[in-house]
Write a protein that binds this ligand. Structure first.
Ligand code: ZN
Length: 315
């Protein structure tokens, strides 16, 4: 604990310098990411908050939360961003904090905004860690995601790529960073079919990837019923701070209450529509009930309703 606190005192001026240095670099060369800010919510825990937006050339795919945990032996990275440029900025930020080797790069799931920065860490020769189904998900969908990234971002997508896991988690696993253990847990199909959470035992910080959305509308790309079942279980984890895949970190388990309400309403509304024999088109046309207070509702609500309809229609 004392070590972490000392570390934190040293970090503020270091970070201020780092942010300036990165901004200057960004004007000189591509691909760099300007103003890659880090926050340090607990000793040895660092978070970069991505923008609440869809991926674009302007944001270079910097839309998901990323971070790292520092032990006495080495560093574990948690998600790497939507492009090589973002992963590279994260790596530079780590180097501004510690010279300890990067021994693990953990991907919370296979969505492009969380994994395409992986190649920026290849030189560190870390273990790339993911859910047991991550490799398959990347193989099935990665090439299409990468093509879309190149199409939409042009040269801002340069060097982005697919790096499959070298270490797979089927149920739980522990990573030793030196005096600091991370507990990994693989979940049944929920946000995707390859969701992995990371719990830092030292600080009580729980990294949820996209099992937790804050502000950004929750997205269902796996199973709505599975998502709600996972939430039921994950709420019982005794953590103090929750870091979502999108949006600000909050106390736990209260952080997940709005998402749970949203998903339950989605389930209940779509079930009612199916029971009333409304078609998918009619259901989609009946408004965005329960979505208005979320960011990116227009981009994701119809996809969520379609996914829920396809799943619940066969109950
Ligand atoms: Zn996701």
């Amino acid at each position: 604990m004392a070590k972490g606190c000392t570390h934190r005192r040293r970090i503020a001026p270091l970070l201020a310098g780092l942010i300036i240095a990165l901004s200057v670099a960004a004007t000189a060369a591509s691909p760099e990411v300007a103003d890659f800010a880090l926050e340090n919510p607990a000793p040895g825990v660092y978070v970069h908050y991505g923008q609440q937006a869809e991926m674009s050339r302007a944001n270079r795919g910097d839309i998901a939360n990323l971070g790292f945990v520092v032990g006495s032996r080495c560093v574990a990275v948690i998600d790497t961003g939507g492009t090589y440029a973002v992963g590279h900025a994260l790596r530079e930020a780590i180097r501004g904090v510690t010279a300890a080797p990067i021994c693990y790069v953990i991907n919370t799931h296979g969505h492009p905004d969380h994994v395409f920065g992986n190649p920026a860490f290849a030189q560190d020769r870390p273990e790339f860690v993911g859910h047991v189904r991550l490799a398959d998900a990347l193989q099935r969908r990665g090439p299409n995601y990468l093509n879309a990234l190149k199409r939409d971002l042009g040269d801002a997508a340069d060097q982005s790529g697919i790096v499959p896991p070298t270490r797979s988690v089927a149920s739980t696993d522990e990573l030793d960073l030196g005096g600091r253990m991370l507990t990994l847990r693989a979940w049944k199909t929920a946000h995707t079919d390859n969701d992995l959470t990371v719990f830092d035992q030292t600080s009580g910080t729980l990294w949820l990837g996209d099992l937790l959305f804050v502000g950004h509308v929750p997205v269902v790309d796996g199973s709505l019923r599975g998502f709600l079942a996972a939430i039921d279980e994950i709420k019982t984890v005794r953590a103090s701070l929750a870091i979502p895949g999108h949006g600000r970190a909050l106390g736990w388990p209260e952080a997940i209450a709005p998402e749970e309400r949203y998903l339950k309403r989605l389930r209940d509304d779509v079930r009612a529509a199916i029971k009333a024999k409304r078609t998918l088109a009619e259901t989609l046309g009946s408004g965005d009930a329960g979505c208005e207070q979320w960011l990116l509702c227009d981009q994701f609500q119809r996809r969520n309703v379609s996914a829920a309809y396809a799943e619940l229609e066969w109950e």
